[in-house]
Ligand binder design. Structure first.
Ligand SMILES: CCCCCCCCCC(=O)SCCNC(=O)CCNC(=O)[C@H](O)C(C)(C)COP(=O)(O)OP(=O)(O)OC[C@H]1O[C@@H](n2cnc3c(N)ncnc32)[C@H](O)[C@@H]1OP(=O)(O)O
Length: 194
């Protein structure tokens, strides 16, 4: 593959990412981090409803079925929706690191068209960490987990404090999240990051 930006090349002092001891076991489903998340939330009616599983090391797998609401051209998935599926899968890697991080950069290759009704089999891996920067890569295959690659992406996530969301989110949703015990449980799991 060629043409990746230098921002997605880990620096010389980057280290191998380490799975956190409290990370979900391989095969375990990683729950939603926010009920209204477009990528994984049950409370997002037109969302992707991505179901992600922990893999070995710092890897995850996920499945996403392209729905009618996800079209860009007649009967085909919108590229931005496919990029969202890659972004969400990559973002879930941070659960295995027990780090709160947001996407800084996402470079996507669209290799094959993806029709409505297709199950996209996603796989992502964190490949390097340098201070607050987490470098990761993902593929989405069609026709089965070993089928041809339809989309792929390289990403750079940047570690942030929970304040990132408090300071920038809309107050109504922040207040609702703070009032939800399940949501607080997720936030606390990430704050305790020895
Ligand atoms: C955890 C639960 C699971 C969550 C799953 C979620 C899946 C979905 C994930 C998303 O879609 S997150 C939403 C989309 N992303 C955002 O809204 C992020 C918006 N951007 C920001 O808030 C800030 O730009 C950001 C926090 C990313 C960085 O700002 P900071 O002021 O904290 O960092 P700073 O500018 O000091 O940069 C720190 C390092 O990162 C580098 N960096 C920052 N942004 C970059 C960028 N965009 N591209 C390349 N490098 C970048 C920067 O060069 C620097 O490198 P060095 O340490 O080597 O100097």
């Amino acid at each position: 593959m060629s043409g990746r930006t230098t921002a997605l090349t880990p620096p010389a002092d980057a280290v191998k990412p380490e799975r956190h001891p409290d990370a979900p076991a391989p095969g375990e489903i990683i729950g939603t981090h926010y009920d209204r998340c477009f990528g994984c939330g049950d409370g997002a009616p037109h969302g992707l409803h991505l179901v992600t599983r922990a893999g070995e090391g710092v890897r995850v797998t996920a499945e996403f079925t392209v729905q009618e609401a996800h079209q860009g051209a007649p009967g085909l998935a919108h590229g931005g929706v496919l990029a969202s599926a890659l972004d969400e899968t990559l973002g879930t890697l941070n659960w295995l690191l027990r780090v709160i991080a947001v996407t800084g950069r996402l470079e996507t290759d669209f290799v094959r068209p993806v029709p409505v009704g297709t199950v996209l089999h996603l796989e992502a891996e964190a490949v390097a960490v340098a201070d607050r920067k987490i470098y990761s890569t993902a593929t989405g295959r069609i026709g089965g987990p070993d089928g041809p690659v339809a989309v792929r992406a390289d990403a750079l996530f940047i570690e942030v404090k929970v304040d990132h969301f408090m300071d920038n989110g809309r107050p109504a949703e922040i207040d609702a999240a703070l009032a939800d015990p399940d949501q607080l449980k997720v936030a606390r799991a990430f704050e305790v990051n020895p």
